[in-house]
Design a protein around this ligand. Sequence first.
Ligand SMILES: *Cc1c(COP(=O)(O)O)cnc(C)c1O
Length: 395
Amino acid sequence: MTDFNHTRAGFHLPEGVTYLDGNSLGPMPVAAVQRVAAMMRDEWAEQLIRGWNSAGWYVQPRHVGDRIARLIGAGEGQVVMGDTLSIKVFQALSAARALRPERRVILSDAGNFPSDLYVAEGLARAVDAELRVVAPEAVADAIGPDLAVLMLTEVDYRTGRRHDMASLTERAHQAGALTVWDLAHSAGAVDVDLLGADADFAVGCTYKYLNGGPGAPAFIWTHPRLADAAQPILQGWMGHAAPFAFDLDYRPAGGIERMRVGTPPVIAMTALDAALDIWDGVQMADLRARSIELTQRFIAGVEANCPDVALNSPRDPLLRGSQVSFRHPQAYAVMQALIAQGIIGDFRAPDVLRFGFAPLYNDERDVDHAVEVLAQLLRDGSWDQPHFHQKAAVT
Ligand SMILES: *Cc1c(COP(=O)(O)O)cnc(C)c1O
């Protein structure tokens, strides 16, 4: 059994804060401070350029990838780190489309995160493909013989709705298409099983539920049956078969290594590596069970005490990730009022109050306290003050 009291102790959680926004940026692992300081002092400062070999910087993207693989149902040597998620979406999608050159359609849904859709739109323009965006419930029926790639984010960033990865992948395969799954709100949040679902490509970020820190590098996975056939469109030198031969011609490295582009962010990846120590003792089945307990308790509490808000997430926990959202016509001001009282959740336009539950550091006390404060400020109307309506640049 996973010991969630132990994992909670691994984080710095500021005094007076109930943190329910780990689906945007996870809190800082206590060990990250020492680890990054040691890397800078003992490796960068002392070993200088030699650190690429002597401190293992060059192989770090694969080593860290292996630690993430376990959390998403992938195998060793199948995941590599680097760049940001938007770039990894581009890489996976372009490689998938290139494997189905005779087909033009890229299908996604309107619940996807805008960056994924922007990237797909840009790629479609460049390679003469067509991006089709349908409602999340309409995805299965929109899969047809013209489909090249089904590109979905498994868990919706606003509602928490979770797609059925295995069945949609099967349906796409039956139609002769490939799948790209974005795990931004799944990795570290739900029990992902990429190999079990027989997915083709997957990508995700590490600064949300994995707690790697702001700007932590993204990951990419290719199913082993495709890894040596997938052509990276961003042909960077670190994805070359022999980067230090400095050939003028590009030859992709074998397997997932070809999805590397350029020099990896070693300092950021060192913080992420420290965060992954906390995950070593975690069983994803235990995490999923805890997450369901917490989200169910939150929904029950809010519905019993806050008549002004409406559930905006699937009621069935099996159809949900680890976040819950409610709608309120003045959600922005309500969230600002909550934050002023130390309950940090998120506002998402136009009217969504979003709360992420991370069993690594959230427990029943957080749930009950958030319910109590939300109920109180909705009851007394204290959220409706001019300063709570003022928008910040980053919301
Ligand atoms: C958070 C998120 C992103 C962010 O991409 P970055 O390149 O890391 O800024 C992209 N897609 C989805 C689905 C996300 O949830």
